[in-house]
Design a protein around this ligand. Sequence first.
Ligand code: ACO
Length: 415
Amino acid sequence: MSDADGRPRIGPRAHITGWGAYAPPGVLTNADIEHLVDTSDEWIVSRTGIRERRVAGPHETTASMGAIAGRRAIAVAGLDPDEIDVILLATLTPDYWMPSTAALVKEAIGNTRAAAMDVAAACSGFVFAYSTAQAYIAAGMAKHVLVIGSEALTRFLDYTDRSTCILFGDGAGAVVLSASEAPGGTMATELTTEPAGAYMIWIPAGGAKAPPSPGTIARHEHFLRMEGKETYRFATKTMATTALASIERAGLRPEDVDLFIPHQANIRIIEAVAKGLGLPMERMFVNLDRYGNTSAASVPIALAEAVDSGRVKISDRVVMVAFGAGFTSGAVTVEWTADPANGRRAADAQPRDIHIRQPLDWNSVDPIQPALAAVLAAPGPISVPLDDVVSGEPEHADRNGAGAPVAPLAGRGDA
Ligand code: ACO
């Protein structure tokens, strides 16, 4: 057994057998954000490509969204939840510091056997968790691993900071990786971490260095901060080089790749990646216009949409590539082996079937910031009549996530 680059392969291959996503029904458009900070739809669209993003409702959390996406991926894989051996959940917005969000998800999806833990690598988290899952499978330690990326980022944004609050949204995506000796599946991964960028995207307070205090709250230090230009520079450089390392390790060239699923941070970053790899934009899957940057959820949401909208077929070579705080970056090259039609099975997993157990003695506050709640409560109509960033992509949602289809996610009864 050896991989394409001749290195010995130590165990079974990890194949994606299930995929799924969940987008909360609340929609925050650029026009809405104009009521919060000094910005414009024109500025946001031209600098980022983002038109709207989803906002988790008061009763939704990173765990509840991740559990729905996870249950969908398990249904698509045709498995019983108890067949999952390991649950890995990538997030930078966990429900609690402890327990892990993965532990809450395990209970919510009805699994009694799996080891469950969170993975922290910011927007690269899903790719890092995927790589960890692959290692478990290759080592023979797990047969089926559920890998989830889930984020409630709107709860950690400063809605007085126009340079960050326009960028991010909420949601979750997941895959099931299954062990198999069949050809195809995961071909190669590449992960990098560059601590020089540690303070380029960060949440200053709430950890051991700066525990919560009235001062940290007053200074907005529990919200995400970012040096946009430095991050942009890192992203455009690293996305192409990390993807290329993974592609070459798989024994391929960029032109052999049928579809890239890049982290959905900024359309200009994705265009730079395409240019860096010498590929047309048609090879890049883009849905950031409808979701913004959902951090660790970005790649698995995009993957589920790409497969369910017919952009991926058996034998296609697909590269998922991400960058994020740390600075981190990661890429994984796969040969697709699952029947895309299995995506229809996701309809068997509905949000109403997912219940995150609440603490007995906890009267939770409304987790949505008052300024954001006021804008979301404002009457419509809110619509975005401009063209899609990429032609042929699904339509935008209306304020409640209904009406115009956001196929395939809303078609599964998210609203
Ligand atoms: N609306 C209007 N004007 C704005 C806004 C806004 N929302 N935000 C910034 N500006 C202004 C700035 O104040 C500045 O004004 P000035 O020239 O008078 O000082 C001007 O616009 C230009 O600002 P820049 O920062 O140079 O704008 P830029 O073109 O770099 O775009 C952006 C900013 C979109 C943030 C870009 O730098 C970017 O996308 N960076 C990467 C961010 C990213 O991908 N982060 C995700 C990291 S993943 C993770 O792990 C969380």
